[in-house]
Write a protein that binds this ligand. Structure first.
Ligand SMILES: [Zn+2]
Length: 154
């Protein structure tokens, strides 16, 4: 297949995966270089992002727990546009939710808003376990940016 600069931006690759109940949070490795993105050391999770990782959204934290410089810049632009569209007093109601939220099916739409296309692979991994006697589920989202691949890796 031919590819060139004028190729359309395409749709973000967004994949939802569910782990069996009771397993530890996912150990995600980069699909490009194979590096593990978090490692456990002395009961602590250390961020070990490779250059292809754009972001990690932590379901338990309910926010982005890792952002590359490129992702941060895209997010700042998105946020500034949102500020223009929705002044402080307009930040209520469904329309604002639809335009600003990152959860569930809105997540891939937000990634498109951030200017991502088919060069981004987002893995949404859902995992569950017992917490204080009740089952709880969380979904983390990992974004890998294939436009960061350099010649020697391609
Ligand atoms: Zn990598």
């Amino acid at each position: 297949m031919q590819d060139n600069a004028s190729a359309s931006i395409g749709q973000v690759g967004y994949v939802s995966i569910e782990q069996p109940f009771g397993l530890q949070p996912p150990q995600v490795h980069c699909p490009i270089c194979g590096q593990q993105q978090f490692v456990e050391q002395d009961d602590e999770y250390l961020e070990t992002p490779c250059e292809h990782l754009a972001f990690v959204f932590g379901g338990e934290e309910d926010e982005f727990v890792y952002a590359s410089a490129d992702f941060s810049a895209r997010f700042a632009r998105f946020d500034a546009e949102l500020d223009l569209r929705f002044p402080e007093e307009a930040r209520v109601g469904e329309e604002y939710e639809e335009a600003s939220s990152f959860y569930r099916d809105l997540f891939p739409r937000r990634l498109a808003d951030l200017g991502y296309g088919a060069h981004l692979l987002a893995l949404r991994i859902t995992y569950g376990g017992m917490a204080e006697g009740s089952p709880v589920w969380f979904s983390d989202v990992y974004g890998f940016d294939y436009s960061t691949i350099r010649d020697e890796e391609a």
